[in-house]
Each structure stands twice: as C-alpha cells, then as structure tokens.
Design a protein around this ligand. Structure first.
Ligand code: UD1
Ligand code: UDP
Length: 373
C-alpha cells in the first residue's frame, strides 16, 4: 500500500505527541475525542520538552501519557534539544510502529516528530497548520519549525481560511488541507464554562493588567524594555495592578525578578495552572503578551490584547480590531496600553468578544477526517 495515498486499515494506531504546555492544552480535546472512537487505538507520547508546565495541563484534562521521554533539561539550547528529541522519538516510533503520528503547532517537539515520521514513512497529521509570519526570525525558531512540519505533513488541520491560503501558496495540495478551527477554543470553552479559584492575592478595586512573555527572540534587551514599560504603566496608573505569571525559562525569570520583583502593585508568580490562568484572563481588563495561544483565547473571552512582538502569525484577530501588535519598544507599549486604560471607548472597541480561531468543534472535525482516511 502507498502509505501516503492509500486508505489506512480499519483500526488505526494513532500516536499523539505532546511536548510543551500549549501542545498539551491544544492536543487534549483531540486526544479525548479520538479515545472515544472505536476505530482509533490511541497512544499518547509526552516528550516532556516541558516538565511541570506540561504535566499540570495533562492532569487537568485527565490524560496519562503512555510514554514519557523526560527530555527537558535546565536552560536547554536548541541544537542539543533537537538532537535528543530526534534520537528518542526515533527509538519510540520504531518500537510502537503507529499508523499515524499527530502533533500540534510549532515547537521543537513538533518539528522533530514530523521529521522522524517522514524518515520512518509514517503519515503525519499537523494540527494548527498553516500559520505563517513569512519571517524566519520572528518568531524564532517557531516559524522554521512550522514550515518544516507543514511540508512533511499528510494532513494539514488549519484553523482558518487565512492559514489554508498560506499553505496553498506554498504548493500544498488542496485536498490535504482541512479547515477545522483551532482546538484551543475547544479546550477554552470547556474550561471557561466554570469558575476557578485564582490563588493569587489580587486587589478587587484595581483593574487587572495580565502579562506573559517568553519568546526566545525577545530575550535580553527587548524583554528588559517590556519590563520597564510595565513598571512605567503601574506608576502612571495608580488603579492598575499587574499579574505576571513568569515563564520558568531562566532567561525570562532572571529579568522579570530583577526589574519587576519589588513593586507593591506587580504580582510576579509561578506559571498558573491552565484553569486559573483562564480565570485570570476572564478577570483581566487588558492583556500584554508575546504568547501565541493567548492571542487566540483572549479575543474569545472579550479581552483586549496588546502583542509585544513585531510580527504575528495570527492576523485574523488583528484584522477584527481586538488584538494589536505593539512591538517591544518601551514608549510604544506604554502609549498603547495607556490609551486603552484612559479611553473607555477605545477599550470597548477592542473588548467585543469575537472568536476568529474556532467554535469549539475543531477536534470533532479532525476526528472525522482521520476516521475517513
Ligand atoms: C517552548 C517552545 C515555544 C513555545 C513555548 C510554550 C521551542 C523551541 N520553544 O519555549 O515555541 O511557545 O515552549 O511555553 O520549542 N522550563 C522549566 N519547566 C518547564 C518548562 C520549561 O523549568 O516546565 C525551563 C527549563 O529551564 C527549560 C527552559 O524553560 O530548559 C526552556 O524550555 P523550552 O521548551 O526549550 O523553551 P520555551 O521557552 O519554554
Ligand atoms: N497559560 C497557562 N498558564 C500561564 C500562562 C499561560 O496555562 O501562566 C496558557 C495560556 O492560556 C495558553 C497557553 O498557556 O493556552 C499559551 O502557552 P505559551 O504562552 O507558553 O505558549 P505559546 O502559545 O506562545 O506557544
């Protein structure tokens, strides 16, 4: 049988890969949906590129990995991370011999899983396919990771028509692209339906400015500038309190603690579990971030987002006017955030509650495509 074009057998062994926190969140609804299907034998492999950040997500969604590669090392660097992932994934793919490998997004885990599946001639399904900035330096290394994974995939599950168009322009055949929405909205709607305790002492009389930042291309001076901007914002707005769950990457933690660790209205905390973080987004007045997933979730929750990056692969929410790219310049971040904090009309225009990335049924659509394969 031609592995790439032929019809697969009746019971399909699907190997679902997760490595980092966002992959856990975005793969969880799909893994759960696949496990309900009689035709699917599901194996969950955690590379544990992230350790604690991923583990808490899997606990929340009640997913126990069948295989754990325990890859994470303190302050891991990209070449050695890539090399260790390729070696470990290859041994497991040989051992498990799945019919399909599925992975989500643009991390090193995903790029290496696609590459190893390609070498082993196992069809690869790419969840959240087709996102592009067309700039290999932004975000780094994610743009490269998703281009590579995208060109190796048999199935491309794209969130929007824009991402579909990106792939068509790169010569991906139309019949391999499926517009499904983003599974992050499946996870979000599930979690956001309930109220969750937020175990951080916040002042209810203050407006909450929620901050996250972790991109590699922002390490060093851009991250320092973001932190100075946050400091300037709380100084300028006495009714604003900042909650900043700090990513455990040592390059982020050291700078955040040094520049923001000592202000009475700035709460630095460890990364929040997913449910409390969704709760924090619900309570936020404004969100400042360089995260990908937050750009998808916050609009659906009706929260204005300022993105501290020069490019985004998620232009849909920018076009809707509910997300704005503000770069990493201190003065620009202060000016744009102050405009929203000072002008209720400008704030309302960005707090409309639109969800360009999905309707909560993406996993169902992906399951349908794989079931028919
Ligand atoms: C990774 C992804 C990035 C994704 C992000 C989601 C790559 C190259 N980067 O970035 O695309 O947006 O995850 O958060 O794939 N650490 C811990 N505990 C954890 C997780 C991380 O201590 O649970 C620390 C470790 O020191 C680790 C470092 O953070 O070495 C970096 O982790 P890594 O996965 O390489 O990069 P992220 O910046 O987390
Ligand atoms: N998130 C979380 N706890 C936090 C910060 C973020 O659970 O303290 C969630 C967030 O809701 C989103 C995902 O993590 O679903 C985004 O992950 P991250 O920003 O690390 O990666 P990216 O999306 O940029 O790849």
């Amino acid at each position: 049988m031609n592995m790439l074009d032929g019809r697969l057998k009746a019971v399909k062994h699907i190997l679902c890969i997760v490595g980092t926190r966002p992959e856990g969140i975005k793969m969880a609804p799909l893994i759960r949906a696949l496990k309900r299907e009689p035709w699917a034998k599901v194996t969950v492999l955690s590379t544990a590129q992230h350790r604690d950040l991923l583990d808490q997500v899997l606990v929340l969604f009640d997913i126990k990995p069948d295989v754990d590669l325990d890859i994470m090392r303190e302050n891991q660097q990209l070449p050695e991370l890539t090399a260790r992932l390729i070696t470990a994934l290859d041994a497991k793919f040989a051992d498990l011999s799945p019919d399909i490998v599925l992975a989500q997004g643009d991390t090193t885990t995903v790029m290496t899983a696609a590459l190893v599946a390609f070498y082993r001639r196992i069809p690869f399904g790419h969840v959240e396919a087709g996102l592009r900035t067309h700039d290999l330096d932004n975000p780094f290394p994610e743009e490269m990771n998703r281009v590579v994974a995208g060109h190796l995939a048999r199935w491309h599950f794209v969130p929007t028509e824009r991402s579909r168009a990106n792939l068509l322009r790169e010569g991906i055949p139309a019949d391999r692209i499926h517009v499904t929405g983003n599974t992050v909205i499946d996870a979000l709607l599930d979690v956001a339906a309930k109220e969750w305790p937020l175990d951080v002492p916040l002042d209810p009389s203050k407006r909450l400015l929620l901050v996250t930042a972790h991109r590699r291309e922002n390490f060093g001076e851009p991250l320092r500038a973001m932190c100075r901007a946050i400091l300037a914002l709380v100084e300028r707005h006495p009714d604003v309190e900042v909650l900043y769950p700090v990513h455990p990457n040592p390059n982020v933690k050291a700078v955040a603690n040094e520049l923001l660790g000592n202000h009475p209205r700035i709460r630095l905390c460890a990364p929040l579990d997913y449910a409390p973080f969704v709760e924090a987004q619900k309570r936020a007045y404004l969100i400042l971030t360089d995260s990908g997933g937050v750009q998808e979730e916050a609009p659906a929750l009706g929260k204005p987002v300022l993105v501290m990056r020069v490019e985004t692969e998620r232009p849909e929410a920018v076009d809707e006017g509910v997300v704005k790219l503000v770069g990493m310049d201190e003065a620009r971040i202060v000016a744009e955030a102050s405009r929203l904090l000072d002008d209720p009309q400008a704030w309302r225009a960005m707090a409309r509650g639109v969800s360009p990335y999905g309707d909560g049924k993406a996993s169902q659509r992906i399951v349908q495509v794989l079931g028919d394969a």
